[in-house]
Structures are given as C-alpha cells and as structure tokens.
Design a protein around this ligand. Sequence first.
Ligand code: CP
Length: 309
Amino acid sequence: MKLQIQHLLGLEGVSREDINLILDTADMFYGVLQRDIKVVPTLRGKTIVNLFYESSTRTRISFELAEKRLSASPLGFSPSTSSISKGEGLKDTIRNIEAMKIDMVVVRHPCAGAPYFLTQCTDAVIVNAGDGLHEHPTQALLDMMTIRQKLGRLEGLKVAIIGDIFHSRVARSNAWGMKTMGIDVTLCGPPTLLPQHTDSLGVNVTDNIDEALDGVDVVMLLRAQLERQSSAVFPSIHEYRERYGFDIDRLNKLKEDVIIMHPGPINRGVELASNVADSKNSVILDQVTNGVAVRMAVLYLLGGGGGEM
Ligand code: CP
C-alpha cells in the first residue's frame, strides 16, 4: 500500500485512506517496539536530515529514535552552530545539504509554510515537524493513534481541545485530521486566544468551557504559548486557571473513561492540574510513546521502506 501524498506538510487535505494507512502502520511499528530488538532494516541506506530551527524535546528525540529504529542514517542540524548564524538562508541551506545526497528532511521552523517552500527547492521528501502557527501533523497523528488505541475507534467520538487555540499548530492539525476521521471536535479558549476565521476548519468553536466539555470522550489541553504572544491576551495566570484550567472537579463531572491528553510541554497548575496530569485518565505519556511509532510509520511510508519487519 502506498500513500497518496509525497510529503507530509500538514493534515489539511490528507485523505481518510492515507490517515488510516499511517495509523495502521504505526500500530504495526508499536508491536515492533515491544520486542527485545526494536530495530528493523527497512530504511537502511537512507539519510535523513533533522532541520530544527525551533526548540523541541519530544518531536526531535522521537524522530531521531524512529530513524534509528528504521536503520536510516539520521543527521542532526543545529542553526546556532551552522552557517545560518552567518546569514545563510533556508534555500541555500537545503540546496547545500541536498548536494551531499540526502533522501529526506524533517523540518521544524518558526515560519508557516517553510516545509512547503522546501519542496520547491529540493527533490528530498519533506516531513513537517511543526511550522509556525500552521500545522504539526505528526503530533495530530500520534494523538489520533492514542485515542484509537484507548477507545477503540475514532468515528463518532467527541473531542474538546481547550486552551491557546490561536497559537496552536497542534489544534489546527487535529482539527483537520479529526474532522476527516469523523470526530466531533470543539475548540475552546478565551475569546482573545480563538482564531477569527474558523469556518474553513469545519469544527465547533466556543469560549464556554462547560459547553465544550458536555458529553466529551477526550479532553486535550493546550499550553498558553506565552513566547508567541506579543501582548497580554488574558488578565492573569490566576484568572486563566479559574476559567479554563482543567482540574479534578472538572474531571469528576465527565465520563469515567474520559481520556486526558496534552501535547507537552505542560504548564502544571495552569491549563492542567498536576493531579489530573498524573491521574489514571491521563494518556499523556502514551502519546509520547506512540510518537515514535507514528514517526516510524510516516518515514517508512514516505521513504519507500520495504523488506523484513
Ligand atoms: N509536542 C511537541 O511538539 O513537543 P516538543 O516541542 O517538545 O517537540
């Protein structure tokens, strides 16, 4: 089976068939990761450059681990110690790296559209690891893998995504992907942190947390991205916590088997109470575990992997 897409730039426009193929392949790699020997030879000989222009813990480590588990050759790249610090632009950077014969590029960049721009400058396969406020497709794929693993299906579920929606590429990728998979998605946050034009996303949008939580199967909390905010968009952390923070009282009003998600990093005690983050309903570390399997699946399917598993 082959993907219809050639690069993974975002989940907008990606078909249900492609998402199902990635999730089914990720389930298979999840099985591989339970073995004593977790390495398969499927991308042996392929060189993958990890071009991270923004900080990352989970995404960067899990891509590198996924590449090693697939027997590819990963190359790290740090802007601060590269010729970017001398003023070299993205186009020259990628064309020089490509001249050294690489096969795939995983890119995180502060500018929306940077992964698409790279597809215009190189023949290498491009995978978006987060671009500005635009998309973070592998995060949404690992989120959907985790939901399917815990609740057995995606179609017909109710998901509330709560927090700083405006600055969240995770919210955007999940809105596109979950809508494609038949999930009823509600985005919720303070009015100043909700995007103005949400009609094209085709999801529910509200600033009322009780409305968003009504009958949900999944609650996903998002961090207030203070580093991306140019002005104060809520009066105080205390007020944010009171109105939009998810605590044990809010958890106790929901279904017993509701699952609590967060893409990380968590502001404990702000958007999510510490005892809820560590509760039996929390699947936050399962999301991180599944990130390796999802990224193996994406690299394998786009990289033309084959052979023994
Ligand atoms: N979820 C996520 O993208 O985390 P990092 O920024 O640590 O990669």
